[in-house]
Design a protein around this ligand. Structure first.
Ligand code: F6R
Ligand code: MG
Ligand code: MG
Length: 379
């Protein structure tokens, strides 16, 4: 029988800035999911948090995009947001863009990654959750996991993976998708996903049609038309026996690659893998962090999790991430640390620049600087 794994997240407000989810809000949403489990809608659930994002990990038999499941998640976020408001938490309710649920949570604010599959006798999965970055931040690791034989030995050694994978790439500006088959289309794939702010890997399938990975692709800035928060992403990856091994899935995260996000959603910084206990945002509201929980799914039950980056094996990566954070920060407001205007999540810089617009005047050699109050004096 088919099982669906749904990971739905939202920023419903956090403690001391866009920093860390308050445990009372997690409790409030847990109550809603517990009720849904009792009623038989959910088989199992696990509630956690990364930075200012509340994470609902749920299993059920309703398939992806199911109204009842999405409504349950929505209610869980609303209950959490109520508590956030009571406690006076910062940005309480920020990702709940609509006041009432309309049937599908997509496009409303929360981020969604879901997959339906026939449960294998052993079904290991990894749930990745990142804060202060965007869905395209997973492009580079996904490429390495599913298409780079220097990362994934199984692409060379395991006959079930040797044929490669199919990547579905979403153009988040146009809302269009394209399927590319590796290894044949490798260079086309890279030509797109190297622009992670626009082209986002949405699914990876094995050539026999089995789903291997799914990524949330919501971009809040495009949903709401103006900045209301980062679209911090989540991703599910299936592991082992015909899929990449757990260690092949984690390996790309040993490189703290530069991602877009960080302070005010407007800076490039290293993606630092951390355990849940360190999944809070401090330095310059970051640096961007990713946590990974490993589960086994049995009869739809979530066995685990194991907090995968809470491990000395990633200490050196974290140290490198600190060095990169230091290096990037030294640029202050200069690009490419600060993102280009089209990639900044804050759409407020144009407002700041607007008041300079009329002050521009023609330039020629011999140009003498004048500022307004001096002009007044001359008159
Ligand atoms: C970025 C983020 C934070 C905030 C920053 C300013 O995704 O959440 O870096 O952008 O703390 O927040 P406001 O504008 O709410 O004061
Ligand atoms: Mg926030
Ligand atoms: Mg966040």
């Amino acid at each position: 029988e088919k099982i669906t794994l749904s990971v739905i997240k939202a920023d419903i407000g956090s403690l001391a800035g866009h920093h860390k989810v308050h445990p009372d809000t997690m409790l409030a949403s847990t109550r809603v999911l517990a009720e849904a489990k009792k009623n038989g809608l959910l088989i199992d659930y696990y509630v956690t948090a990364v930075g200012d994002d509340l994470q609902l990990i749920m299993t059920h038999k309703k398939g992806v995009n199911n109204k009842e499941v999405h409504e349950t998640a929505w209610n869980a976020f609303e209950e959490a947001a109520k508590v956030a408001k009571e406690l006076g938490l910062y940005a309480a309710g920020q990702d709940l863009l609509s006041n009432s649920f309309s049937g599908n949570i997509r496009g409303m604010g929360p981020g969604v990654a879901e997959m339906e599959f026939n449960e294998r006798p052993a079904e290991p999965v990894v749930v990745f959750m990142a804060d202060k970055t965007e869905p395209g931040a997973f492009n580079l690791p996904l490429y390495k996991i599913f298409a780079d034989p220097f990362n994934t030995a199984g692409l060379v050694i395991d006959p079930r993976m040797h044929n490669g994978f199919i990547f579905t790439v979403l153009d988040v500006y146009e809302g269009k998708a394209l399927d590319l088959s590796t290894p044949n289309d490798l260079y086309d794939l890279l030509a797109l996903i190297g622009t992670p702010s626009r082209y986002v890997i949405k699914y990876v399938h094995r050539k026999d049609g089995e789903i291997a990975s799914t990524i949330s692709s919501e971009r809040l800035s495009l949903i709401a038309g103006k900045y209301i928060g980062k679209d911090d992403p989540v991703m599910i990856v299936r592991a082992q026996s015909g899929f990449p091994a757990l260690g092949e899935i984690l390996e790309p995260f040993s490189f703290p690659h530069l991602v877009e996000g960080w302070m005010r959603g407007s800076h490039a910084g290293p993606l630092m893998p951390v355990g849940i206990k360190d999944a809070k945002m401090t330095r310059f509201d970051g640096p961007p962090r990713v946590a990974a929980l490993g589960f086994n799914i049995k009869n739809g039950n979530l066995v685990g999790p194991s907090d995968l980056f809470d491990d000395v094996a990633f200490d050196e990566t974290r140290r490198q991430a600190q060095i990169i954070a230091e290096y990037m920060r030294r640029h202050g407001p200069f690009m490419p640390h600060r993102l280009g205007p089209e990639d900044m999540e804050y759409t407020t810089l144009p407002d700041v620049l607007k008041k300079l617009e009329n002050k521009f005047r023609p330039f020629e050699l011999g140009y003498k600087p004048i500022i307004k109050h001096e002009l007044e004096e001359i008159k």
